[in-house]
Design a protein around this ligand. Structure first.
Ligand code: GUN
Ligand code: ZN
Length: 435
């Protein structure tokens, strides 16, 4: 199966310089054929050198072709509660989220919810995600099975919560350990699925359960860990009351052996320098969730401090606290949050972070996040504009509105990133297959 897709190819060969718009690390191949053979990237050719007749050609000339986005923190069952009028994180969890998650105990709901969610991710241009289902084992099974049916690369695991949650949403240490062992055996490393030991947050697990989570990570090399950390000031205070022995919120996880280079911690807004150093030392990453942090009034993530301390950062929608599965909307909000912190986030850093950067942070750069030869062909075709205003803005960038001068590529891509959403998505390919 040989496929050639024509368009403006944009991906990254390395991390662009923080805070600048230089083309370092940016691979821009306007009007090229991207070659896909047996589901893998096989190279690229300028448009004038059309590939031979043995290649099936799909002509998207004038459109942008990028690696599929990687959303490093999102909740499958929370499509039910996106855009709910809560009063901050803890109220939002109690009032909307926990009641909605109880529905996923029903296998029919879990399977339908997983299908709806993964199809929505693909329709928004995200081909890989690190996902929370619910506490129910069947919700994780449904997600892994639905991802396998679509050929998608996902990282997920049954949510662990054995306290401070309503009836129907709590597990216990022994049962949860059994369920995790079974799920790891059946799904981790099978096809494109990977397992993540999924501690909801420190408040909903006992010390015994956190210790069990640490043992699972010790026992199973290559398994991920995902959780929330330091999202909201009331939450941080509560964690300090629940774990007086810990130096900080992050330290609760560190004490239980949960931090390593496969740990993905969402938010990380209220960290101090020692916490950031710990993240850098362990290789753990913070998933920056701008639409959620704004929507729930959680705070402004300090990306500059992350860069200074050398810890990894990825970008995530965090739906349903977040308000859109669209990663371009997520990047546009990330830019605004950094402006409020006095830092400018370039389109290059934003797009790199949501593709190759996330793949590297997850240890998956051998497979996804770029158009290097041999990479799995998870890619998305985008229109440069979906509305008359965006089309006009793009024409200005291209120099098609005289006497305004043409702008450089960063300016054009930045305007696209800021205005684009799922309406711009034309096609999504997973391992070279159109979805
Ligand atoms: N902290 C614990 N659970 C959640 C959740 O579902 N969403 C967010 N944003 N934060 C959390
Ligand atoms: Zn979350």
């Amino acid at each position: 199966m040989k496929l050639a897709i024509r368009g403006d190819l944009l991906d990254f060969t390395a991390a662009p310089a923080w805070g600048g718009t230089a083309m370092q690390g940016v691979r821009w191949r306007p009007d090229h054929w991207l070659l896909v053979d047996e589901g893998r990237i096989a190279g690229a050719l300028p448009a004038a050198q059309a590939p031979g007749d043995d290649w099936q050609r799909v002509d998207h000339r004038g459109r942008l072709v990028m690696p599929g986005f990687i959303d490093t923190h999102v909740h499958c069952p929370q499509l039910d509660v996106i855009a709910s009028y809560g009063a901050g994180l803890l109220d939002w969890l109690e009032t909307y989220t926990f009641p909605a998650e109880r529905r996923f105990a029903d296998p029919a709901v879990a399977h339908a919810g997983a299908a709806l969610f993964l199809d929505a991710l693909l329709a928004h241009g995200s081909t890989t995600a690190v996902v929370f289902p619910t506490v129910h084992k069947v919700s994780a099974e449904a997600l892994f099975e639905a991802a396998a049916a679509r050929g998608m690369r996902i990282v997920a695991g049954k949510v662990l919560m054995d306290r401070h949650a309503p009836d129907g949403l709590r597990d216990d240490v022994e049962g949860a350990e059994r369920d995790c062992e079974d799920l790891i055996r059946r799904f981790h490393g099978r096809g494109r699925n990977a397992y993540a030991v999924t501690v909801r947050f420190a408040a909903t697990s006992t010390r015994e359960q956190l210790a069990m989570a640490g043992r699972l990570l010790q026992r199973h090399e290559g398994v991920y860990m995902q959780t929330h950390v330091a999202e909201n000031t009331d939450e941080v205070k509560w964690i300090a009351e629940l774990f007086p022995e810990a130096r900080s919120y992050l330290d609760v996880y560190a004490r239980h052996g949960l931090l390593n280079e496969r740990a993905v911690l969402a938010h990380g807004i209220w960290l101090d320098a020692q916490d950031r150093q710990r993240l850098a030392d362990t290789g753990a990453q913070i998933a920056f969730c701008p639409t959620s942090n704004l929507f729930l009034g959680s705070g402004l993530f300090d990306w500059q401090a992350a860069v200074d301390s050398g810890h990894r950062v990825s970008l995530a929608s965090d739906v349903g606290g977040g308000t859109s599965l669209s990663m371009t909307r997520t990047l546009a909000e990330a830019y605004k949050v950094q402006m409020l912190r006095g830092t400018r986030l370039s389109a290059w850093t934003a797009l790199h972070t949501a593709t190759r950067g996330a793949a590297e942070a997850l240890g998956l750069a051998h497979e996804i996040g770029h158009f290097d030869e041999g990479a799995t062909a998870d890619l998305v075709v985008w229109d440069w504009a979906a509305t008359p205003v965006a089309a006009h803005r793009d024409a200005v960038a291209r120099g098609a509105v005289p006497p305004l001068p043409a702008q450089d590529l960063h300016a054009r891509v930045f305007a696209w990133m800021t205005l684009a959403d799922e309406r711009c998505r034309v096609a999504t390919y997973v391992a070279g297959r159109a979805t």
